[in-house]
Design a protein around this ligand. Structure first.
Ligand SMILES: Cc1cc2nc3c(=O)[nH]c(=O)nc-3n(C[C@H](O)[C@H](O)[C@H](O)COP(=O)(O)OP(=O)(O)OC[C@H]3O[C@@H](n4cnc5c(N)ncnc54)[C@H](O)[C@@H]3O)c2cc1C
Length: 401
């Protein structure tokens, strides 16, 4: 990392939230740096759904083209109860230019955002640099960092203690923690992270697409639990199935058997490129801003991945925070940061409730008729429009900075 004595905004974490915030700040003419502890980007496909409000943000920032070139436009989802088709939910009725959810693996999304940062300023993102500690001064924050080289690159607890990399100190007006669920910035700041684990567990895999769904999504509510599948780039499809308990070492075979049993689709000939399992949590920071230290993205809130909102929420934070930081840097009035915290906490709580609702819908059930009536209402009546809006994060950020 080059010697930087002072930077207005220092962002910790070069995931989707940190990179987008950096781009938003630069659009407003605010100088910033992103430090990212990993030397190279992870290739895990993780998040795949980019919702219309995020696409609109990318549009406004002139970033949309590579997303549209690389991603798949999901315009419709088909709903099944056990193996009977109930109907479809179309996103055609959504307001705005982007009447679809874009499917793109998170690794590609991050690559696009990082390339845009590089294009603006090749020194904006500093990889291989870990925040280890900080202290607040009278008019800013003094930040201690270490080259990840010589460490295992994994900052658990309060930082890379005992690591061998070269250290460096820089000062900034505001320190922003975009450093994910186990945020070191949040821990060092002493901000509580309230929440718990849900009992729900899932298995997930990416396979070559052998279904007839093409660019559409599919959701099956089976009495033994949910199955969802979404188109992916490179002719693949992401399958997610609810499991009775957490599966420590998931196998392709187990997932294929569950899919065949609940949906009738035979994936046995379909090559698999990723298999994993996950439990689900909900957490929210007690505040997103304490003095000159601010949180955004997963560092501030974790919602269930079912419904695919986590990464998108981080971008909504990024847009709101860039404006709040602009106002703060002009006036030095911390109320702008507090307003950001209040408003984005409300957005995150609302998204968390929607995610919980999505998850409940996918739980195993005994009374088939209740589910059937619900599904019929959802896909065959005007409620369908409401459902399309809920699934695509509409009206979440209506109350913005
Ligand atoms: C299985 C799964 C599926 C998902 N699907 C979706 C989906 O379809 N749609 C959706 O919107 N969301 C989805 N999510 C959630 C999404 O992946 C996260 O919400 C998103 O990655 C959060 O981005 P972030 O930038 O806030 O944090 P992260 O992606 O966690 O990035 C944080 C970065 O900070 C770096 N860092 C950490 N500590 C330090 C330090 N001390 N110094 C320097 N750098 C540091 C890390 O290396 C990391 O790169 C899914 C999640 C999972 C697990």
């Amino acid at each position: 990392m080059g010697k930087t004595n002072h930077i207005p905004v220092l962002i910790v974490g070069g995931g989707p939230t940190g990179l987008f915030l950096a781009l938003s700040l630069r659009q407003l003419g605010i100088d910033c740096r992103v430090i990212e502890k990993k030397e190279t980007r992870t290739q895990h496909s993780r998040s795949i759904g980019i919702h219309p409000p995020s696409l609109e943000l990318f549009d406004r920032q002139g970033l949309i083209e590579p997303f549209l070139e690389e991603g798949i436009l999901i315009r419709k989802g088909h709903a099944y109860l056990n193996q009977s088709r109930i109907g479809s939910v179309s996103f055609d009725s959504l307001p705005g230019r982007h009447q679809y959810v874009l499917s793109l693996p998170q690794s590609q999304t991050e690559a696009i955002l990082e390339a845009a940062c590089q294009e603006m300023d090749s020194s904006m993102v500093c990889r291989g640099v870990t925040l280890t500690s900080y202290e607040t001064t009278q008019d800013g924050v003094r930040v201690h960092m270490q080259d990840t080289e010589g460490t295992d690159g994994d900052v658990g607890g309060h930082g890379a203690e005992g690591s061998e990399g070269a250290s460096e100190v820089t000062t900034c007006d505001v320190l922003v923690g975009c450093d994910g669920k186990s945020s070191v910035v949040r821990e060092l700041t002493g901000i509580e992270f309230d929440g718990s684990n849900y009992p729900d567990t899932y298995m997930m895999g990416d396979f070559e697409d052998t279904t007839p769904f093409g660019e559409d999504a599919m959701i099956t509510l089976h009495q033994d639990g949910l199955v969802e599948c979404f188109p992916l780039t490179k002719g693949r499809r992401r399958w997610v199935v609810k499991t009775a308990q957490y599966v420590d070492a998931p196998t392709e075979q187990e997932l294929k058997e569950i899919v065949a049993h609940r949906t009738g689709y035979d994936l046995h000939q379909a090559p698999c490129t990723m298999i994993s399992s996950f439990g689900v949590q909900h957490f929210i920071a007690e505040t997103f801003a304490k003095g000159r230290v601010v949180l955004a993205g997963d560092a501030a809130h974790v919602v269930s991945p079912i419904g695919g909102q986590g990464m998108n929420l981080g971008w909504l934070d990024g847009e709101a925070l860039a404006k709040a930081l602009q106002a703060f840097l002009l006036t030095q009035d911390e109320r702008h940061l507090q307003d950001y915290s209040k408003r984005q906490r409300a957005v995150a709580r609302q998204a968390g409730k929607r995610a919980e609702w999505n998850m409940r819908l996918g739980r195993s059930f005994k009374n088939r008729w209740v589910k059937q009536c619900m599904l019929f209402l959802f896909v065959r009546t005007p409620i369908q429009r409401v459902l399309a809006q809920l699934f695509t994060m509409q009206k979440l950020g209506a109350w913005r900075v």
